[in-house]
Design a protein around this ligand. Structure first.
Ligand code: SAM
Ligand code: SF4
Length: 365
């Protein structure tokens, strides 16, 4: 049975953003004084999994090929971000970026323009085994691989696809190709994979990967999210503490979303590795946010929870529009970034929350 999807994933964004008072050379500053130096570009909205916390069973109405940013448009946006705004990090995401047939060319193009730029990619790793070497060769620096369970049945239940084997071989391929440090992203769903959290951590530690637990956010297309259903960062730490001792690292977190812990053997105190917990719902880190997002069809989303998005595509496809024109609109969009997304408000519930019209897969997580 197909799940019905009531959200409209393609909102029209005709409204002009309120103008920023700063010249574009000031960077992507917002009215609360934050500066975005970390760019996330979604390359495609399509995906080959159907994770229950993200995508409906029947998929979504996908963008057509000519609606997606082209290689040249992605390169131009990255050039503007790096050269005008001083962006220092790039992450490619989706949907599933490996579904883009020209992914190697996109990365090679960006790398040719920016020999030193760290280029990371978030992926479900299906097909990565075959592509990892070419991606590394093209200039990809590292990957974050999403994997919520190492148990076949649980994986299939969460992703609605029986493809754990492909993900695990993809992980191995990425490690062999040197796409490291390799990080693993996991979302815990109550009653489904939360009890497996220590197993997943053991698996990651044995391989030298850094596992990061992300709290489930209200960005699922099925709109089933409930605050009480979210396995909180605090609960996650308690679950892991049943097998390991966690010690907060003494590093400065800066704008990083993950709070990181050293993982120690409970008996010997031997350092086994590190784990991160991203508490987007219960302990949001909005005041330190350094991110700017571009969707696969070229719209700026200043925050995952933005209800306003601003189109750059019409400028990218207007021969008379200069890089400065694109940069001006992008900077104005970021100037309007909300202070915080508010999921930590006491009593927060979807009924009192204007959720974005897109699911995570259509934003680019
Ligand atoms: N398909 C790729 C993947 O899964 O890695 C990249 C896109 S996916 C949208 C990026 C990240 O968002 C994944 O790590 C996924 O677990 C996370 N994600 C998706 N929906 C989420 C939600 N509702 N709450 C928290 N994280 C979510
Ligand atoms: Fe696809 Fe990633 Fe969403 Fe899962 S989380 S459905 S892999 S886009």
């Amino acid at each position: 049975m197909k799940t019905s999807v009531s959200i409209q994933p393609r909102p029209v964004s005709a409204e002009a953003p309120a103008a920023s008072p700063h010249p574009v050379q000031a960077g992507l500053v917002d009215s609360y004084g934050r500066r975005a130096t970390d760019l996330r570009i979604s390359l495609i909205d399509k995906c080959n999994l159907r994770c229950t916390y993200c995508m409906p069973e029947g998929g979504l109405p996908w963008l057509k090929k000519d609606q997606l940013l082209t290689i040249d448009e992605v390169r131009r946006l990255v050039r503007i971000a790096v050269e005008i705004f001083g962006v220092r990090e790039l992450r490619l995401t989706g949907g599933e970026p490996l579904v883009r047939h020209d992914l190697v060319d996109i990365i090679a193009g960006i790398r040719a323009d920016h020999p030193q730029l760290p280029i990371a990619m978030t992926t479900n790793a299906i097909g990565l085994e075959r592509k990892a070497a070419a991606l590394a060769e093209a200039g990809l620096t590292r990957v974050n691989i999403s994997l919520d369970s190492i148990h076949r049945e649980t994986f299939a239940q969460l992703t609605r696809r029986d493809q754990l084997d492909k993900v695990l071989t993809g992980v191995e391929g990425a490690a062999r190709a040197g796409l490291t440090p390799l990080k693993v992203n996991a979302v815990l769903m109550r009653g489904i994979n939360d009890a497996e959290a220590p197993d997943l951590l053991a698996w990651a530690l044995q391989r030298g990967f850094e596992l990061r637990f992300i709290e489930h956010m209200p960005l699922d297309a099925d709109q089933q999210w409930k605050r009480e259903g979210t396995v909180s960062a605090e609960e996650t730490r308690q679950l892991l503490s049943t097998r390991y001792r966690l010690r907060p690292t003494d590093e400065d977190r800066g704008g990083a979303p993950a709070e990181r812990f050293d993982v120690l053997d409970r008996d010997t105190d031997e350092l086994l590795g590190r784990v991160g917990v991203i508490a987007s719902v219960t302990e949001p880190f909005c005041s330190a946010c350094t991110r700017t997002r571009i969707t696969a069809e070229g719209r700026v989303m200043s925050c995952l929870f933005s209800t306003q998005e601003y189109d750059l595509m019409h400028l990218l496809r207007d021969e008379t529009a200069t890089d400065h024109d694109v940069a001006r609109r992008w900077a104005d969009a970021m100037w309007n970034k909300p202070a915080a997304h508010g999921t930590d408000r006491p009593g927060f519930e979807l009924e009192s929350f204007t959720r974005p019209e897109r699911s995570m897969s259509a934003i680019g997580g």
